[in-house]
Design a protein around this ligand. Sequence first.
Ligand SMILES: [Zn+2]
Length: 140
Amino acid sequence: MLIAAAVLLAVGVLWFTLNVPPEAGPVSAEPPSPARRLEERKAAIYESLRDLVFEFRTGKLSEPDYRATREELQRELAAVNAELERLVGKASAAAPEASAPVPAVSAMPEGVVCPGCGAHFSRPMKFCGECGRPLSGETS
Ligand SMILES: [Zn+2]
């Protein structure tokens, strides 16, 4: 009788654990938004591209294969990016930094470059800190 009860209890516990849907556990994470899914896909594509380059460099992949796969991945990446832009455009307030275009580093919007030694200074200076040459320093 005791054994029967124990078995019944065990079966009951087993039944209970098996019937708990995976989402019904200790859920604290927010539901995956479409943008998040796209970001994840983008990351996966980037990873594939990295792997691809690596395999090509190590000689595991022939160049035509490499090019074809890369083009395919880049097409997919473009599609994901377009979709993401569409989503982010709708809710642009969500993460402006993430979607903002990165300014070109070579532009050097301000600062001076020493004509003598090529040292770059972020602020206009009268004299070069590297070689002491006078700098015009004016940023119009
Ligand atoms: Zn200098």
